[in-house]
Design a protein around this ligand. Structure first.
Ligand code: AMP
Ligand code: MG
Length: 354
């Protein structure tokens, strides 16, 4: 299959040509095909959420296990009613506060949503993205769009159209290039089907923000650590290895001086053994490591920058052939919860405390 790549404005000030490209992508979705498109979190791989065969194509293109459900994207509240069985009060409050935006809510599904889209579940994950290209695409498609991240399953999520091209060209009809995404980590997922809202995946809408909106929020235990194969977590995606670079990633946490010392020691050890080594550091520490495969992920004083750069840095080390990556750990409050959740998964929970 020939994949067409269209560059469109990321500001929402669409030219007639931009609108023609977005319309063509919307037609592909209406016809049962697949489109890579920007959202504010990461790039999505979209298909008609109400069409079982489109969902099957999404799983095939990503190489994703079909029990790992897809998030259904809508452009306004009216589009939610036909796909959900009911919208609980907490769901309404959260939607009002944070939509459009980087938050996904789990509702009981209606019969309109095929089980192929929900990985066999009775519930449906719904999100209203704020990205102008995503919103325009959904509106023009006239159907809700099922979209997981537009990467090969298991690889770091795509934060630029080039990443989508690397993983999916030849497998999907169109990629809309709306430039680098804003947030850089996937949406916060909150299950609102139970008595107490439960966080299933941390993201840019932080625990602190959720609790400010609806009071106490529970945290699914799968967020905090590795899940054993015999457990069936609520968010099925939680059991799969995720976000992983090809290299063996180790996170080193603790007192900063000791962290820098330990990463230098580990890197030297691997370099002496003839291995290709990458180091993930920050603006604060970049002068304390040897030059070479060293990438600063941003400054500790701006968690937004670290989230924004995280997946691109991991992909970059893949491109450069790193075999071992050592990374400093980060604080886990606010957006740091999402950052460290992704990093720990990418590291297969290989974390050293020094
Ligand atoms: P991705 O599309 O890669 O951002 O991942 C989507 C994730 O959303 C899945 O891996 C699940 O963890 C979660 N998800 C989607 N639908 C549901 C659902 N009905 N119930 C619980 N979690 C869901
Ligand atoms: Mg994903």
């Amino acid at each position: 299959m020939l994949t067409r790549l269209f560059r469109v404005s990321d500001k929402g000030d669409f030219s007639a040509e931009d609108l023609r490209c977005i319309q063509e992508a919307a037609d592909v979705i209406r016809d049962g095909g697949l489109v890579g498109f920007p959202t504010e979190t990461v790039y999505g791989l979209g298909g008609n959420a109400l069409d079982a065969s489109a969902s099957k194509k999404i799983y095939a293109a990503k190489g994703r296990p079909s029990d790992n459900p897809l998030i259904v994207h809508v452009s306004c509240m009216e589009e939610i009613l036909p796909i959900t069985a009911d919208i609980p009060e907490t769901g309404k409050k959260l939607a009002e506060r944070f939509w459009p935006g980087p938050m996904t809510l789990i509702f009981r599904k209606s019969d309109a949503v095929p089980r192929e889209t929900t990985g066999g579940l009775d519930t449906v994950a719904v999100r209203m993205p704020s990205d102008p290209v995503a919103a325009e695409l959904i509106r023009r498609a006239g159907v809700p769009i099922a979209a997981p991240s537009a990467n090969t399953s298991g690889r770091p999520s795509p934060t630029r159209a080039e990443h989508v091209w690397q993983d999916l060209h030849g497998k999907i009809e169109v990629i809309l290039d709306g430039g680098p995404v804003k947030v850089g980590v996937e949406s916060t997922i909150v299950d609102v089907t139970g008595k107490t809202p439960t966080l299933l995946r941390p993201g840019a809408i932080t625990m602190e923000m959720l609790e400010d909106a609806v009071g106490h929020v529970e945290i699914d235990p799968a967020i905090l650590g590795p899940v054993s194969p015999d457990v069936h977590p609520k968010a099925p995606g939680m059991k799969y290895r995720h976000y992983a670079p090809k290299a063996d990633l180790t996170i080193v946490e603790g007192d900063m001086d000791r962290v820098v010392g330990e990463i230098n020691r580990l890197a030297e050890e691997k370099l002496a053994a003839g291995k290709k080594v990458g180091i993930i550091c920050t603006e604060e520490t970049k002068n304390r490591y040897p030059e070479g495969m060293l990438e600063s992920i941003g400054t500790r004083s701006r968690q937004e920058t670290i989230a924004h750069n995280l997946f691109a840095v991991l992909r970059d080390f893949d491109d450069r052939g790193a075999e071992y990556i050592f990374s400093e750990g980060f604080a886990e409050d606010h957006l740091g919860q999402a950052i460290m959740n992704r990093m720990k998964k990418a590291a297969g929970y290989h974390i050293l405390h020094v």
